[in-house]
Ligand binder design. Structure first.
Ligand SMILES: *Cc1c(COP(=O)(O)O)cnc(C)c1O
Length: 381
């Protein structure tokens, strides 16, 4: 039995009618940039996460970049995030003209450690970006309390965590700005790049809407001939071309109503994995009592000394695996300027060395999960 890492093709086939309906509607409309289809998705997404506003942008990276750009940072400003994340979390800070600072993670959930965070704060800290890694929320109450106490903006990187909850509330809504990726393969993904920023603040919503569309004033009517996204010729500031494609928005709107079913499929697979690993040398994924994990991936931990061998055993048996963020950001050439050598962020480094990402996707069958779990456990006996 072969167990793949994911199966986006089968997801497409199960929603083929809805997706083709959405694509045809957009193509027939002649409106391919901005417009009502995009607005309808933005409203549906805002409702789903419980935010006042949602602004569709070009990617998760763009979501982080534009959200930070809306805060008008300067080169001395510091933005704290974690080392075990995708490079865009840090790159967006650099693109927004500020300085990225890394703070270590917790040992159980791979997310921002509030104790280490407090130590990393300086008078120059302007923004804190917790990452809800692999779909598990960071411990948002203490993180938000620290942000509030120091007058710092909380900006969530929820790129991997559409639908995740902290104490029953959807991630992305705890600070003034939340960011999501809608790339293929993320929890809610289109068939190309996409991202979205959420906020309850009408001024921040307006600002992000303006800078995603060249800096033009929003709200101008489009004509069928207009390929540039608006006759708006009231230029408020210099912005970017970072709109969510209308075609992708229509596809995402067609997928949103069945998102909860797909999350349920991921959670079911995770439960089966956790049951299979109980009492074995394989450490199952932690889900905090206050968390609703959406399991973008199911990352077990095994002793670092045998991790690669265990992984090779899975590969040889037809079980796909993936290593995420190994090694963490600060150990890459691109971040050498930080001067952080091996051992400087020990928890993130240790967890990265122990992790194996196992297949965990909505359509995975019980027997595929059982097979993958049994193959890994048998390596230890
Ligand atoms: C995927 C991802 C991003 C970037 O999203 P893109 O849509 O790929 O640009 C940012 N942060 C994290 C944690 C991610 O996993």
């Amino acid at each position: 039995m072969v167990v793949p890492m994911t199966d986006l093709g089968s997801e497409y086939r199960s929603l083929k009618t809805e997706i083709h309906g959405a694509i045809d509607r957009v193509l027939e409309s002649g409106l391919y940039v901005l417009g009502e289809e995009l607005e309808a998705f933005e409203e549906a997404f805002a409702r789903y996460v419980g935010a006042g506003y949602a602004i569709g942008v070009g990617s998760g990276t763009a979501a982080l970049h534009l959200a930070l750009a809306a805060l008008d940072l300067s080169p001395e400003d510091e933005v704290i995030t974690v080392p075990n994340t995708d490079t865009p979390t840090a790159a967006a800070v650099t693109h927004a003209g500020a300085k990225v600072v890394l703070s270590d993670t917790t040992e159980d959930s791979f997310t921002m450690d509030p104790v280490r965070l407090e130590e990393a704060i300086t008078p120059r800290t302007r923004v804190i970006i917790p990452v809800h890694l692999f779909g598990h929320p960071a411990d948002l109450d203490p993180i938000r309390a620290i942000a509030d106490r120091h007058g710092i903006v909380l900006l969530e990187d929820s790129a991997l965590a559409v639908g995740a909850e902290y104490r029953g509330v959807k991630t992305g809504t705890f600070g003034p700005l939340g960011c999501f990726s809608l790339a293929p393969g993320k929890i809610l993904g289109g068939y190309g790049d996409g991202g979205i920023v959420v906020t309850d603040d009408p001024e921040l919503a307006h600002r992000v809407r303006v800078i995603r569309n060249y800096g033009h004033a929003p709200g101008q009517k489009l004509s069928g001939q207009d390929l540039t996204g608006g006759h708006g010729w009231t230029v408020l500031e210099e912005g970017y071309n970072q709109r969510l494609d209308t075609l992708q928005a229509a596809i995402l709107a067609a997928k949103l109503p069945t998102l909860e079913d797909r999350i349920a499929g991921r959670r079911r697979a995770a439960r089966l994995y956790s049951e299979a690993f109980a009492g074995t040398p394989v450490r199952p994924v932690y889900e905090a009592p206050w968390a609703r994990h959406v399991y973008f991936a199911y990352n077990v931990r095994v002793p670092a000394a045998v991790r690669d061998e265990a992984r090779a055993h899975l590969t040889a048996s037809g079980i796909a695996t993936r290593l995420y963020y190994n090694p963490p950001l600060h150990l890459h050439q691109a971040y050498r300027w930080m001067g952080l050598s091996a051992g400087s962020l020990p928890v993130a480094e240790q967890t990265a060395a122990e992790m194996i990402g196992l297949p965990c996707f909505p359509q995975i069958t019980d027997s595929q999960v059982e097979r993958a779990a049994a193959t890994l456990v048998e390596f230890f006996f």
